[in-house]
Write a protein that binds this ligand. Structure first.
Ligand SMILES: C[S@@+](CC[C@H](N)C(=O)[O-])C[C@H]1O[C@@H](n2cnc3c(N)ncnc32)[C@H](O)[C@@H]1O
Length: 278
């Protein structure tokens, strides 16, 4: 069975409307391969049957959860793009702490939006732990969210293989991980800083309900979105941020042609988007 052009467009548009994720014609083969397993699970004979299942079946909501698991790309690792993390730690975090101290505030809120299997939010938690002397008596919250239930379950388990920790400095491995049958388990003190939620970034009501963030990390997520969807999601992030808050995108991503609301600032030579304080 193969995916015809017309059914491809129907499925592609449905996935886009539900998630913002866009499969261009050149990625038809990718969608076809990823959906094949879903067809088998649902006993659908053709891709067209599967489309109508998603459109009309009473079990469609549950199937969308499975669909999101297969159409998303979940590549990630601990300490991904160390240059950006240095900009976060030495630039953004440092600035936020100074600004908040002058206002007598002692609370920081970060959001890893599209957190995949948890490596990104746990990396942020480790960076915070490394600064615990300076942040004594501060409340630090790290919210982590993803559309895929499958990755969130792995994130909550927090046990990783060699590949996931390949960029992690050995001293950090010793301090914040324990051995779990040859794999690396994140210690409770790090896990306790992170709360995981299933959240579709294309769900306007849910995203707009997130408020009071100091930094949003949405790295390597919007690259899978179509421009119109990117514009919406970025404008909702803007509203989720506190004045003076920051948005990190993946190192190959930019807001060019997407939004002019943010100011582009540089920390350690790395571009970061800032919501200017009013
Ligand atoms: C490539 S991973 C990036 C993980 C991490 N941010 C990083 O940079 O290492 C992209 C993640 O975005 C999630 N994602 C894609 N579309 C989403 C949506 N509409 N809402 C929430 N998460 C989404 C995917 O499930 C996937 O886990």
């Amino acid at each position: 069975m193969s995916l015809g052009n017309e059914t491809f467009r129907l499925l592609r548009d449905m996935i886009y409307e539900q998630s913002g994720i866009f499969f261009p014609e050149s990625k038809k083969y990718l969608l076809e391969n990823r959906l094949r397993r879903r067809l088998e699970e649902r006993n659908c004979q053709t891709f067209e049957d599967y489309y109508y299942f998603l459109k009309y079946d009473p079990g469609r909501e549950g199937e969308f959860l499975c669909l999101f698991d297969v159409v998303t790309t979940n590549e990630t690792s601990f300490f991904r793009d160390p240059g950006q993390l240095m900009a976060f730690e030495n630039g953004v975090l440092h600035t936020l702490v100074k600004e908040k101290e002058t206002r007598g505030e002692k609370r920081l809120r970060f959001w890893s939006a599209g957190c995949s299997t948890g490596e990104e939010p746990y990396t942020l938690a480790i960076i915070i732990k490394e600064r615990q002397e300076q942040l004594k008596n501060w409340t630090v919250e790290i919210m982590a969210s993803d559309i895929s239930e499958g990755v969130l379950q792995s994130a909550k388990r927090a046990i990783y293989n060699q590949n996931a920790i390949r960029n992690t400095p050995p001293a950090i491995l010793t301090r914040y991980f324990r051995n779990s049958g040859g794999n690396y388990a994140v210690k409770e003190e790090v896990k306790n800083l992170v709360r995981f939620y299933r959240l579709n970034l294309f769900d306007q009501a849910r995203v707009r309900a997130v408020r009071g963030m100091d930094v949003v990390f949405c790295r390597n997520v919007l690259i899978y979105f179509e421009d119109k969807a990117k514009k919406h999601v970025v404008s909702w992030f803007y509203d989720s941020l506190n004045p003076g808050g920051y948005l990190f995108l993946g190192h190959a991503e930019s807001l060019y042609n997407i939004s002019r609301a943010f100011k582009l600032v540089n920390f350690d030579g790395r571009p970061v988007y800032k919501k200017e304080a009013v």
